[in-house]
Design a protein around this ligand. Structure first.
Ligand code: 5AD
Ligand code: SF4
Length: 480
């Protein structure tokens, strides 16, 4: 895989303009079809995986709108279906393949339906080959670095071209200036960098998303300014390892880093909250923590993935810190920001993980006293070093550990949440609760889920909510 990785490049404005020209051409085609049928053409974007994929999908949707499509969540009435896939765990890949399988019937009913698959899964050679042969009704594939070329790829196919296979196998680039169609006007993802250089031995991301590359600060600040001017109340800065922001830009060296970027965003006028993810513990510096502690708009939440509490496992994962380093960093963070909410990612069943290693993880998560963890069962990823380790853990052992991990963390989370009863938070409302239509849902600045009743629709607004009760995964409260 590694030999096919190209160097990162910034896509030129001429190239982006060329894509806008393709968008105009597709718009002519869709306008003609819409006039014939007396109804608009619909595009449906299905997204799997992380927030970066969500952000990418908003660009896919933006380009689809620019090309004359109306957006729909209903794949049955779509004329264009784009499946934006994830490769981090096998489960996500199987889900994307399963839904692709179901679309065969849609294509049989509607010969003009166009189906494209993109994202991390198709940045792997074996998956591209598989889809090419086993799903002949898929019109085109394109890897993560080809996203900006959707207009060209679609235009060629709609103009009678053959099936297109635009694989990239982890090449990287930066494409600015694409249209975006965001899900909500009041909160937004803003990528600050793409790719990863860390090569944790279990992880496929560096192979499918390429090397770290940072957007220019001017581009990021302009995007945030426009969002805030249009009423956005929450900006989440995205990167696989935001602490490496700027390291790949020569003129930023020693002068401008992620902490500087946070300060500049904090200085933008307006009522909004700044979130960011993800940080690698080896790079989360004291300077970043000191800076964060002074920024009024920065949310008091830090996502700091531990992955394992065992130093032996951390070494085999190539994480480059020990559990003691990690806990020291956490203690410093809490000293500077006593109310900060801390969340983490933990993997169970990494190859060679012994009972003692796992107990180390339980010990460290108890000491870390997390507000929440995202726990994952190790998934073997073809092409990563850990997939070659010969001490893979049997599924029953991993599941039993996974259960114990959840039980341990659930107790911690419930206890921590119960301490919040009686406190009042400024909650950004996300709309009606999915589980109870009489309740609204939002998040505290520390990113905890809160349910509360409201007589008026407060979606997208900051609301003061006093917490009246707490459960493991959510708080309940009332407007004050
Ligand atoms: N198996 C299980 N979990 C994984 N993650 C990354 N790769 C794998 C894998 N092969 C988890 C890590 C990471 C999160 C986004 O996904 O915990 O922090
Ligand atoms: Fe994967 Fe490690 Fe990079 Fe995170 S830091 S994306 S876990 S390789």
């Amino acid at each position: 895989m590694a030999d096919k990785r190209a160097l990162a490049e910034r896509i030129s404005s001429e190239e982006i303009e060329k894509q806008y020209e393709y968008m105009r051409r597709v718009r002519d085609i869709t306008a003609k079809k819409a006039a014939e049928r007396g109804a608009p053409l619909y595009a449906c974007v299905k997204t799997y995986g992380c927030q970066q994929n969500e952000a990418d999908s908003e660009r896919l949707a933006g380009m689809a709108v620019e090309m004359g499509y109306s957006l729909t969540d209903d794949d049955k009435c779509a004329d264009l279906i784009l499946i934006n896939t994830c490769a981090v765990r096998e489960h996500a890949e199987l889900k994307a393949l399963s839904i692709t399988g179901q679309f065969k019937h849609l294509k049989e009913k509607n010969k003009e339906l166009v189906i494209g698959i993109c994202g991390c899964m198709v940045s792997q050679e074996h998956r591209c080959d598989d889809i090419k042969h086993r799903y002949p009704y898929v019109d085109f594939l394109f890897g993560t670095s080809m996203l900006y070329r959707l207009p060209e790829i679609l235009c060629k196919r709609l103009s009678g071209g053959r099936r297109g296979f635009y694989s990239d196998y982890g090449a990287g680039n930066i494409a600015e200036g694409l249209p975006v169609s965001r899900k909500a006007p009041y909160k937004a993802w803003v990528s600050v960098m793409y790719g990863c250089n860390n090569f944790c031995t279990y992880c496929i991301v560096p192979y499918v998303r390429g090397r770290e590359r940072s957007r220019l600060k001017e581009d990021i600040l302009k995007e945030v300014r426009e969002l805030v001017q249009n009423g956005c109340h929450e900006i989440t800065l995205l990167g696989q390892n935001v602490n490496s922001y700027g390291l790949d830009i020569e003129e930023y060296k020693e002068k401008y880093d992620f902490a500087s970027l946070l300060c500049d965003i904090n200085d933008i006028e307006g009522d909004f909250l700044i979130r960011f993810m993800t940080s690698h513990p080896k790079d989360a510096s004291k300077r970043l923590i000191d800076t964060l502690a002074t920024l009024k708009k920065a949310a008091p939440h830090f996502h700091l993935p531990l992955q394992s509490g065992s130093d032996r496992v951390l070494k085999r994962m190539n994480r480059r810190y020990t559990s003691a380093d990690y806990l020291k960093l956490l203690a410093y963070m809490r000293e500077k920001m006593p109310d900060i909410c801390v969340t983490s990612d933990i993997i169970t069943g990494f190859p060679g993980e012994t009972e003692e290693d796992f107990e180390e993880t339980l010990r460290v998560i108890k000491e870390a006293n997390y507000d929440m963890i995202y726990s994952f069962i190790y998934s073997k990823r073809k092409g990563t070093p850990a997939a070659e380790y010969d001490d893979q853990i049997p599924a029953d052992v991993t599941s039993a550990r996974f259960r114990r991990l959840l039980d341990t963390q659930n107790e911690i989370a419930k206890e921590k949440n119960s301490l919040l009863v009686g406190k009042t938070f400024r909650v950004l409302c996300d709309g009606v609760s999915k589980s109870d239509e009489n309740m609204y849902t939002g998040r505290t600045p520390g990113a905890k889920l809160v349910h509360f009743p409201s007589d008026t629709d407060v979606t997208g607004e900051f609301v003061s909510v006093k917490i009246t009760s707490a459960e493991t995964f959510a708080l309940f409260g009332e407007k004050v």
